[in-house]
Each structure stands twice: as structure tokens, then as C-alpha cells.
Design a protein around this ligand. Structure first.
Ligand code: MN
Length: 149
């Protein structure tokens, strides 16, 4: 049996003993001003519960993959692309990203966007869009105006 874990919230989006990492290695994929924190990852859970925070005007990587994302917006405001749909999101909204669905999250220019994201511990690596896929995505003017890559 393992020990219980308690971590106080110290500030919005900050917890005791939870390290704030860069979202991804610089240059590995396009993104802007995003941090990543691993909140829960015990092997018995078989999943990881992460917290991402996008600074004002920032964005995550436009990507897709086989694993599913279960997202709850925790703070701030922004918008996300899931599939072909762009929607505004704010605190406590829920977003589920199915397998192989293009997705990207953006904070508004005026506020950060912090969100919880649940994934399988054992998962595939994200794929970035090819030029052909980008051209296809950009056929929709709303998608074209939203995506950053
Ligand atoms: Mn993803």
C-alpha cells in the first residue's frame, strides 16, 4: 500500500510540490507560452491528469493522435479547435477530444487559459499536420483564421 498524497493549492494553477515544466521541448513543435504540470500519475491509475496553462495570446500545438483527451477548463478564457469546430471556452467548461481529431487551444489576448487534461498513461505521440492536411484544414475560413502553426 502506498502513502496518501496531499498537495495544497498555493495560487491559481499552482500546487505544493508540483513542478511547472515547459509544455514541450523548444523547437519540437509549434506552440507559444504554455506550461505543463503533472498532477496525478500513479501507475495504479493507468492515466495521467495534467494541468496546462497558456499565457495571454499563447497557444498549444495543432496536433492529433490516437489517444483521447478529457479536458476541463479551470481558469481564464480562450477558445479551442476540435475537429472542424472553433468554440469559446471558459472556467469549468468540458471538452472531449476524440482519437485522430485535430485540436488546438488558445488563450485570449487578455487572459491566460488554464485547463486540466486527462489522458491514458500509455499513449501514442502527437502528429503534426502535413502541408496537405494544413491546406485541407484551411479550406474552412473559421478554422484558417483560428489555427496557429
Ligand atoms: Mn493533444
Amino acid at each position: 500500500m502506498s502513502e496518501p498524497v496531499w498537495r495544497r493549492c498555493e495560487a491559481p494553477g499552482r500546487w505544493q510540490m508540483v513542478h511547472v515544466h515547459q509544455y514541450k521541448a523548444e523547437g519540437s513543435a509549434p506552440f507559444r507560452d504554455v506550461t505543463r504540470q503533472l498532477l496525478f500519475a500513479h501507475p495504479e491509475l493507468a492515466c495521467e491528469w495534467r494541468y496546462f496553462e497558456i499565457g495571454p495570446g499563447g497557444h498549444t500545438t495543432l496536433e492529433r493522435h490516437d489517444h483521447r483527451h478529457a479536458v476541463m477548463i479551470l481558469r481564464g478564457a480562450g477558445a479551442c479547435l476540435v475537429g472542424r469546430e472553433v468554440r469559446a471556452v471558459r472556467s469549468h467548461d468540458l471538452v472531449e477530444v476524440p482519437a485522430w481529431t485535430w485540436h488546438q487551444f488558445r488563450a485570449t489576448e487578455a487572459s491566460p487559459l488554464g485547463f486540466l487534461c486527462l489522458v491514458n498513461a500509455d499513449r501514442d505521440r502527437p502528429c503534426l499536420p502535413s502541408e496537405v492536411e494544413l491546406t485541407e484544414l484551411r479550406r474552412d475560413p473559421k478554422v484558417a483564421a483560428f489555427i496557429r502553426c
